[in-house]
Design a protein. Sequence first.
Lengths: 331, 331
Amino acid sequence: MSTSRPTIDTVAARAGVGRGTVSRVVNGSTQVSPSAREAVLAAIDELGYVPSRAARSLVTRRTDSIALVIPEPGERLFAEPYFAGIVRGISAALADTQLQMWLSMVPSPAERDRVGRYLTREHVDGVLMLSQHADDPLPARVVGAGLPIVLCGRPLSGVDVPYVDADNAGGARGATSYLKDLGRLRIATIAGPQDMAPGVARLEGFREVAGDDAPVEYGDFSEDSGADAMRRLLDRVAELDAVFAASDPMALGALRVLKESGRRIPDDVAVVGFDGSPAGRHSEPPLTSVHQPAEAMGREMTRLLLAQLAGEPAPSEPVIVETHLERRGSA
Amino acid sequence: MSTSRPTIDTVAARAGVGRGTVSRVVNGSTQVSPSAREAVLAAIDELGYVPSRAARSLVTRRTDSIALVIPEPGERLFAEPYFAGIVRGISAALADTQLQMWLSMVPSPAERDRVGRYLTREHVDGVLMLSQHADDPLPARVVGAGLPIVLCGRPLSGVDVPYVDADNAGGARGATSYLKDLGRLRIATIAGPQDMAPGVARLEGFREVAGDDAPVEYGDFSEDSGADAMRRLLDRVAELDAVFAASDPMALGALRVLKESGRRIPDDVAVVGFDGSPAGRHSEPPLTSVHQPAEAMGREMTRLLLAQLAGEPAPSEPVIVETHLERRGSA
DNA sequence: CTCCCATTTGGGAGCGCTCCCAAACTGGGA
DNA sequence: TCCCAGTTTGGGAGCGCTCCCAAATGGGAG
């Protein structure tokens, strides 16, 4: 019996006070006399008391945990440095709260239901969700369950959900303007999939600067798709001298094809990517790329969620964070 | 009152059975008549009942969750594809259990204590921990708290803790043999730090094949250290025609130095790295590298932990998973 | 010295579940 | 018909905590 972990009553007995006083000390109430507080803290220390999260949750009806949902196989996402940054930002913002973070991966649409079942009040107090596809029913389901949620990236479906996003259009505008300022005359883009918000926004930003009739080919953000798109551009566009790719992997694929075709980079063709991935640092030449302030995005997501948990209404306006161009050798 | 979430009693009343029967159905007991089970399932469905994790934990004394602890800023770790693989492996292995994964980053040694306090029975049932440094007190602390734990990578301190590791020595042997089979006569290695287990094991594997008097220079796994080591090797070793580097970044650094010195790769000097990082895919030439089966490692870690949670004793032998050589252009 | 109000304290009630025991069934054999 | 062993069922007890109310305490004013 003495081997079992101490409960709040054990502590109360040891400190010579009542259960209520221990609870007040543990929860930081000010309504406790200094002497009582001291006795309780000493007893906690001696006994190695750790409050039972389960018992507390049962009565407070809070779980003190939030879910971070990653609706992708994760293969691609994890490799992206901005993902690491987001997680770090979230983690840092949570560090001075009581909240724990659940990591929930949704490796396939079939698994969605399993994860969705966990996204309820009995399990978490709120939800953070990364890059979802257009048809993802999860955000709406979470909202329907009455759970606070914050997304990363603008949801393509019409759901009205608070979100944090990088200024995708602005970043694309900046990259394209930069190419223009370099004196490039024939600028093309390798756009991302148009059923994903960043794909749409980056193309939009590109067009605002390059014009609506600038050459466009589409990829799926992957390296191979970038290479394919680059081949199509080379076939189609004469005197091409600059390419803005909507992702770094696509830019790397493009780089490969351009070099294979004998172009010098950046002399013949300048290339700019999007994301600032580490692979881009080791390409030949290193990739110039639009950088997303990932850690700030993670922090902002958490801030928005914490505000909702504190009872504030869900913000109706998204938080948009600025991007910046990271110049390396390819442009 | 009807707005509050249904409890097990609500379900019992709706189904016309007792509380115990609902509990048996929810927990999959076979001792329930088909008609009762059907009625309960129908009631659960109609009411949208979700069992309270807190109430269940309170009585079972299990939390149905495990912690994944990442004792690093995460910057480097997240970028490594093997990290993504491990997480995916864990996630997949957890998918058909009731267990949830709590992600816990330890961005700095100062944060260790905060995380350590959470690693108790009241919070998690078990712990998975990635690449810890030599002086990391966390594993011992977790063991001391009587919590099951499984590490990824052999612990450097003497603690006797179950772990999963890649076959570092075998991978190094394979890489070195491969270079030998290519007909290379003068094979050197850039070894990792000898106060880290993978550094030691990879050097050991190299020596088993290349011999104890083969040239060795040491780095700290980083790119710059690899470049420096390569310079020292070039100074020291005449007619060098192959290098095995104990990490991909070091291999990339070596590649850079070799190219600067006018060597052709792989014609003059063949280079093999270790880890299969994405940056290695985009070097010139792409890096041949020893690949770790990360997803399998994640699965194995989870399997070992689940076995302990099921009451089996902690395994005294580590699980070692095989590596394989991924051939690209540099060797 | 008494009274009164503010501060501090103790502990009952109850959160929703699982465990377990005893009661209520069932059906086959005597 | 009754009995008995096995199966199925209901619900009391209790997990460890917070909430809250009422009681105890303290100190200043009258």
